[in-house]
Design a protein around this ligand. Structure first.
Ligand SMILES: Nc1ncnc2c1ncn2[C@@H]1O[C@H](COP(=O)(O)OP(=O)(O)O)[C@@H](O)[C@H]1O
Ligand SMILES: [Mg+2]
Length: 447
């Protein structure tokens, strides 16, 4: 199969790395890719927002499958354009992608399908939003409804702050169109965990749960980032909680989208919070998470191409998805000044990595002399996998020791929170196989 992956970050390098291992692959292109993906296939300088150009490229190269990494092209309707042109696309339609691209849609959708989530209301008019602030008693979170590159969520400390945030979003143009509608929701407390799942729109197969580390410094200190590291499986999502997430979140979400006429094909990502009152969905994403994917894909034993193809062909129910025992840890090496004032252009040196480790590229590029330099905030995702989580941690940090660039910063505590927990990875792995979706047959009858 000839495959095109769309995107250019650490997630896409992890996807390309996994796809490159597929016995089905004959040729891999990545658009636009990065120096890491260039080791897995051929990077192509396509403007992925120009759907006609992407379609032309796919026809010319006889691409059999397009796999979309980031949310923006999906929200743009790239899957619809490709599918309309008869090109298979692993990634949801624009309508299904609303589960991420509109937080207002996602919250109302969850309410329609009884998916557990924080109490909320959505607003387009400032006066209504301000009036609502006066009515609620509990602490709040304010979210720009549209895509805001992870910056559109504010946890105001006071009512005055909440008011000014609402003013900025609804009248001040903060976040542009993404902030023209807001979600105000109840602030929850608890541990966060990411649960991604493959789905063909009818069947859903969960992946291993993962945990991200959002703050720049150890012990969750300092400002938020795009994610400083991840590990999988996350033992906090016990077998019971996995069952609960599967039954109360993944199944109703996938069947709900199907029943509403927007079947979701691709990776559905549920951002969960384990609150004292039970599991709640903070958000859905319509694609692989980053950096979680960098820790999850190395543990996937099944061919990713086979899974993606099964999803696109509506045959996920026939595909057995297997996971390796053990754990994986991904440590993000970020650039000097990240996240506030990222400095780029520093020379990167990568030594010999331990076995079962890989260095995924995110913010790197080749300079004029062809040498590898930093070109973004999150530079590399250093991932290692092993039989146990402590071994994976040790190996990941040994790999980090092989890498240098000026101003390199990284967290020393990735996965520490899970180190002393019994992993029970085997139990998780068994649960996460493809399954027969009896619930769907019922749903199909209802349509
Ligand atoms: N209802 C909530 N209660 C407490 N914290 C929240 C809530 N919603 C979001 N958060 C925090 O804000 C972060 C970002 O919110 P999320 O909905 O995931 O948006 P995005 O990833 O698009 O920025 C979450 O990871 C979580 O830490
Ligand atoms: Mg999030």
């Amino acid at each position: 199969m000839k495959i095109l992956i769309i995107g250019s970050g650490g997630r896409e390098h992890a996807m390309a790395w996994k796809v490159a291992q597929s016995p089905r692959l004959t040729k891999l292109y990545i658009a636009p890719g990065n120096p890491g993906t260039a080791q897995c296939g051929e990077n192509v300088a396509l403007n992925v927002h120009d759907h006609a150009a992407v379609i032309r490229f796919c026809r010319e190269k006889q691409i059999n499958l397009v796999i979309v990494g980031p949310e923006a092209p999906l929200a743009d309707g790239i899957a619809d354009a490709l599918t309309g042109a008869g090109i298979r696309c692993f990634g949801p339609s624009q309508a299904a992608a609303q589960i991420e691209s509109s937080k207002a849609f996602a919250k109302n959708f969850m309410a329609r399908h009884q998916v557990p989530t924080a109490r909320f209301a959505t607003f387009r008019r400032l006066s209504d939003a301000l009036a609502y602030l006066g009515q609620v008693e509990y602490p709040l979170v304010i979210k720009a409804s549209g895509l805001a590159a992870g910056k559109g969520v504010i946890l105001p400390e006071t009512k005055a702050e909440a008011e000014s945030v609402l003013r900025e979003m609804l009248e001040g143009g903060a976040f542009g169109a993404a902030g023209s509608e807001v979600v105000i929701e109840e602030r929850l407390t608890g541990v966060e965990v990411s649960l991604m799942a493959f789905t063909d729109g009818k069947t859903v197969a969960p992946m291993l749960a993962a945990q991200d580390h959002k703050r720049i410094f150890d012990d969750d200190q300092g400002p938020n980032t795009g994610g400083m590291g991840a590990y999988a499986p996350a033992p906090i999502l016990t077998a019971e909680l996995m069952d609960e997430a599967f039954e109360s979140v993944l199944k109703p979400a996938v069947s709900g989208l199907w029943l509403e006429g927007n079947p979701f094909v691709g990776v559905l990502y549920a951002g969960l919070m384990l609150t004292p009152d039970g599991l709640r969905v903070l958000e859905f994403n319509c694609r692989f998470g980053d950096p979680e994917t960098q820790a999850v894909l190395p543990l996937l034993a099944t061919d990713l191409v086979e899974i993606a193809k099964a999803c696109v062909d509506g045959k996920l129910v026939e595909t057995e998805i297997r996971w390796k025992a053990g754990a994986a840890v991904s440590v993000v090496l970020s650039a000097k000044g990240y996240p506030e004032k990222t400095q780029t252009g520093q020379l990167i040196s990568i030594g010999v990595l331990p076995e079962s480790a890989v260095c995924f590229h995110a913010g790197t590029k080749a300079n004029a002399d062809g040498r590898l330099v930093t070109s973004g905030g999150r530079v590399l995702g250093v991932t290692a996998w092993a039989q146990t989580l402590p071994m994976a941690v040790e190996s990941a940090y040994a790999a980090v020791g092989q890498i240098q660039f000026d101003g390199m910063q990284y967290r020393k505590d990735i996965a520490r929170q899970a180190l002393f927990t019994d992993l029970k990875a085997d139990g998780c792995a068994k649960r996460k196989s493809g399954f027969e979706s009896g619930w769907l047959r019922k749903a199909e009858k209802r349509i």
